[in-house]
Design a protein around this ligand. Structure first.
Ligand SMILES: NC(=O)c1ccc[n+]([C@@H]2O[C@H](COP(=O)([O-])OP(=O)(O)OC[C@H]3O[C@@H](n4cnc5c(N)ncnc54)[C@H](OP(=O)(O)O)[C@@H]3O)[C@@H](O)[C@H]2O)c1
Length: 261
């Protein structure tokens, strides 16, 4: 099993949950030391085989590096979890072009190209691909405009590919978590302490999310939520017209945005 973004947060929790079930793991993210720490502790606790691949998936070289690493060792995962992702919060006009570019590449291009490279290799052995989106993928979200659009892309792409590949032996699942307590807020550049308090109080524990979602992944559910509460919220959101969804999101988030002078 290959899990991107497994040095912390949801990816690390999923790695632990998979290790409990005896899966061998390939862990990928940028920070080698953090990955090795995760790999060593899982190896020690669960006796599984782990490999780490330090890679930056916000650049075109990232996918190549990961692909060639697997090819050289002929280690082809049966399950790929495209979890690596980041957010970008604030007024769109104040976001840097470099940050926007990296966000688009990491959240969409790398995820897409990893499906394109690894998917066909999985067709012969009934593989599973999990693409991690977000509930904000259902809500065009002001101040999270680029991020919510990337997660919307992940939903649309995953749903389409699910239909295309289900008869070819690969199941493409889409996971849509709501708030989780991870390093995500810091990575998205959110500094407002009221926002951080709110997100911490609403946020789900990643260990609970991982134990809730893994059985659903293994049952090959095409859409997976992070909890029963999140599933209910998604059904409710589905009933609201899109223009209202973005208005509600704007009202909820606008007080947390610090405008640059
Ligand atoms: N937390 C939430 O509330 C929430 C809600 C909905 C969806 N999500 C989604 O859930 C997924 C996991 O996020 P998280 O909440 O666990 O956040 P997190 O704690 O910030 O973890 C992100 C992971 O992605 C890796 N990563 C970041 N940039 C990378 C890059 N350029 N190349 C390779 N790996 C990179 C990070 O490792 P390195 O720093 O070592 O690279 C880390 O392992 C993301 O796709 C996120 O969009 C999160």
């Amino acid at each position: 099993m290959l899990i991107t973004g497994s040095s912390q947060g949801l990816g690390k929790a999923l790695a632990k949950e998979c290790a409990k079930r005896g899966f061998s793991l390939i862990l990928a993210a940028r920070r080698q030391e953090a990955l090795e720490e995760v790999a060593d502790s899982l190896k020690k606790e669960y006796g599984i085989d782990t490999e780490v691949v330090p890679v930056d998936l916000s650049t075109p070289e990232g996918v190549d590096t990961l692909w060639h690493w697997c090819k050289k060792r002929q280690l082809w995962p049966d399950i790929l979890i495209n979890n690596a992702g980041r957010g970008l919060f604030g007024s769109f006009e104040n976001q840097s072009e470099v940050d926007i570019h990296h966000l688009l590449y990491l959240n969409m291009e790398s995820l897409t190209l990893l499906c394109h490279r690894f998917g066909p290799k999985m067709m012969a052995h009934h593989g599973i691909i999990v693409n991690v989106s977000s509930l904000v993928g259902m809500i065009p979200t002001p101040y999270f405009s680029v991020y919510s659009a990337t997660k919307s892309y992940v939903v649309t792409f995953s749903r389409a590919l699910f239909r295309e590949w289900r008869d070819k032996g690969v199941t493409v699942c889409c996971l849509l978590p709501g708030y989780m307590r991870t390093g995500f807020d810091a990575g998205a550049g959110i500094e407002d302490t009221r926002y951080l308090r709110l997100s911490a109080s609403l946020g789900l524990e990643v260990d609970k999310v991982a134990s809730y979602v893994l059985p659903r992944i293994l049952k090959r559910k095409s859409i997976i939520y992070a909890s029963r509460g999140n599933a209910l919220l998604a059904s409710f959101l589905g009933l609201i017209p899109i223009s209202w969804r973005s208005l509600v999101a704007k009202l909820a988030l606008k007080n947390f945005v610090k405008e640059k002078e």
